[in-house]
Design a protein around this ligand. Structure first.
Ligand code: GDP
Length: 459
């Protein structure tokens, strides 16, 4: 195992709470804590059994003042989160005791850990690979149970196992090619070339299977980007509120009052849906509203799905038609709102719209909302997400898979067109290396640093 200095961080959120945890990792962690710890009945911390707790006090060096009453846990490496000796101090929750104890630990010789450094150590010490490390942060940030479940599977090494198996098969192919090239005989080359082509095709298929999960995986992790558009007063805020089942957006009778964009998350059967309520796309002279309008256009461009609301109680007008022009090339659901009022919109008005998904609704009574949710699910999830064992949720992983696939396709071309099997092995090696970026085996150090820098402190 590599030798690192001893690091420390506050692992819990700073604020008032029952307890705070300060985490120390490295070969000196027990010595450092021992130097500021006074056990009950003067028991020495150095004789603590691994995976047990010791009760006592943290003492300020020099003054010998008692800072706080604590419980100290000791996890001996390599059986710890970082794979190093790790000590955790549970102290009273609260900013002051936690910070004071943390300062004493730093004074006693630990270094302040960088964000993600504990997990990085687990990676550098070989306890987990990069995709497992990334899953840790995904678990922390998960917005729904389903996205958490997929992150937990990833943290258990499901993706790594799949990737490693693909990489091993590529290595075997490379070995096979090299053996053939070393003992040249034309017949042998041809046989090998055919065999290799078939194996590569199989691997491409498996990479494709993983890539298919990636689009849904992105949604699972980041949420589906749904934007509600419609002219002022059609009921956008009311719809958002009805979906959220709480009054968060301001609903008013005056047209054009939802001036900015409002973003909220709802949980649709485990899929996080980010819903954005816009100010509509009205040409306007009002500067405040103009900002809102510009933002709306931006949000429409970025959206995965548009909910286009039409007010059934008012005749269709230029504003509606203008919005239609904006959303034409996007995926959208048409919501005919205020269906509880007298209908003034005729079918002919809607010519030019794709009416595959059209729903009569009332944001007021809740009519049509279930149908709306079902349509969203139908549009994006063909019922596959939940049963999938492995879901690629990480954009970096997806990118590496795409690159690996490109190299494999290029290898296949070489094999089919030239039969020069030794040429194809360069591409196969590239694919092997690209897949290794997912697990971190073949990734450059600065990229690894960047990945961990996005972690929270103390993790
Ligand atoms: P926005 O400007 O598009 O956000 O529209 P609001 O959500 O602020 O709604 C404007 C007005 O229409 C409010 O008075 C709502 O109560 C009312 N409203 C919204 N949806 C419906 C509906 O389905 N039926 C009826 N009768 N009124 C509605």
């Amino acid at each position: 195992m590599k030798e690192f200095d001893t690091i420390a961080a506050i692992a819990t959120v700073l604020g008032e709470g029952g307890i705070s945890i300060i985490r120390i990792s490295g070969s000196k962690s027990l010595d450092i804590v021992d130097s500021i710890f006074k056990g009950k009945n003067n028991r020495n911390l150095l004789d603590i059994k691994p995976y047990s707790m010791r009760y006592g006090f943290i003492i300020e060096k020099g003054t010998e003042d008692v800072l706080d009453e604590v419980l100290v846990t000791y996890m001996k490496g390599p059986r710890s989160y970082t794979a190093e000796d790790t000590v955790e101090i549970n102290c009273h929750g609260g900013v002051t005791p936690t910070k004071r104890i943390f300062q004493e630990i730093i004074k006693a010789g630990a270094r302040v850990a960088e964000p993600g450094e504990f997990t990085k150590r687990a990676f550098l010490n070989g306890r987990i690979d990069l995709s497992q490390a990334e899953a840790v942060i995904d678990i922390i940030r998960a917005k729904t149970e389903l996205s958490m479940k997929s992150a937990v599977l990833q943290s258990n090494g499901r993706i790594s196992k799949e990737i490693n198996s693909l990489r091993n098969r590529l290595l075997q192919i490379i070995a096979h090619i090299e053996a053939t090239v070393d003992f040249p005989e034309d017949d042998l080359e041809e046989v090998t070339s055919n065999q290799v082509s078939i194996q590569i095709e199989n691997i491409i298929n498996e990479v494709n299977q993983l890539l298919i999960t990636a689009d849904e995986g992105k949604i699972l992790r980041e949420g589906l980007n749904v934007v509600i558009v419609g002219k002022p007063n059609v009921g956008k805020s009311s719809l958002l509120n009805a979906l959220l089942k709480e009054q968060r957006a301001i609903v008013t009778e005056v047209p054009g009052t939802t001036r900015d964009v409002i973003e909220e998350y709802i949980n649709l059967d485990g899929v996080p849906i980010k819903i954005i309520d816009t100010a509509g796309i009205r040409e306007t002279e009002d500067i405040v509203e103009k900002i809102g309008v510009e933002k709306s256009k931006e949000k429409i461009m970025e959206a995965d799905l548009i909910i286009f609301m039409i007010d059934l109680s008012r005749k269709l007008d230029d504003q509606d038609k203008e919005i239609m022009d904006y959303i034409r090339d996007k995926k959208y659901i048409v919501l005919l709102n205020k269906s509880d009022l007298e209908n003034k919109v005729v079918k002919e008005d809607l010519i030019g719209l794709n009416l595959k998904y059209i729903i009569e609704s009332s944001a007021k009574s809740g009519k049509g909302l279930d149908e709306l949710k079902d349509s969203i699910k139908e549009l994006f999830f063909k019922g596959e997400v939940k049963n999938q064992d492995i879901i690629i949720t990480n954009a970096r992983h997806k990118e590496a898979l795409i690159r690996a696939k490109e190299s494999l396709s290029s290898a296949l071309d070489t094999l089919n067109n030239t039969l020069a099997i030794d040429l194809s092995s360069i591409d196969i090696r590239n694919a092997w290396s690209k897949l290794g970026e997912i697990t971190g085996d073949t990734l450059e150090e600065d990229i690894i640093d960047k990945i961990f820098s996005e972690f929270c402190l103390g993790k």
